[in-house]
Design a protein around this ligand. Sequence first.
Ligand code: SF4
Ligand code: SF4
Length: 303
Amino acid sequence: MNTPDPKNLPFNSPVVPEMVEGGKVIQFQCRKGIACWNACCSNIDISLTPYDILRLKRRLGLASAQFLQQYAVPYELEKDGIAGIKLKPVAGGSACQFMTPEGCSVYEDRPTACRYYPVALLSMRKQDEYTDTHSYALVKEEHCLGHNEPRSLTIDDYRAEQGLPEYDAQGRGWRQLVLKKMSSGPTVGKPSVKSRQLFFMTCYDLDTFRAFVDSGPFNELYDVPEAERQAMLGDSLEAEQALLQFGYRFLRQVLFGEESIALHKEAAEKRREQARAKAQQAEREAAEKLAREEDMRDEGFDD
Ligand code: SF4
Ligand code: SF4
């Protein structure tokens, strides 16, 4: 059995859990009326996937930017790198804004981490590969009495009961991007401010990303088949899911150069020409600066 590095776990736990596979049988049940009801939602540290945000903003009838403002806080997924999003607790406290005495007020659309608890998903991948492997860990926290309930089931059955296959499928592209970015380290380097902004908009601010995909400049550069464009520009759940999956492809192309979205040839050549001209200009300026410094040193010697 392997023991995971605690700093890689998606929550803070005093217990270092054991890594297990989906067939592992666990004893657990959370039910209304249990003595610890809502204890877990009173002190939250919940990371959100892009699909969690999509589901919650739809549930609340908010635009993604409004949702982010009211219910989310950004954090650094890696130092100086890409951002993650966490649920924002109530003002001045640590409880979830969606907690009510009856339980979770957004239960059908609750985030992935809430569905998984007390199981944690551990995704790992080898450097520069997209195929990630999954293991799980069971977290036993003192306040959670669900572990004493007389119900046994496998982690795979628990995941199915909690609607996780869909959530995992919708979040996989994002998880792979994050893992690839984290494991590629200096070979890809620190992303520029623009790349970080693109990552944030595409993953977390889906309504702004939709407007971007529908914009003139985007369509002058990218050659997206009309049927595909139409399928992802609507506001149904299916359209937003398609837009999110397209967003993951877009980011793989922009951040890692993995082309899967066709470019209009002329526009792409014009862009490349502009980039070349910009690089030449930067080189010219650097050479002029060097020459000026050289002149100043020579003048110093003359004195
Ligand atoms: S979203 Fe629901 S389940 Fe998750 S912490 Fe908030 S109240 Fe609890
Ligand atoms: S059993 Fe665990 S998950 Fe359920 S309410 Fe209690 S602390 Fe939360």
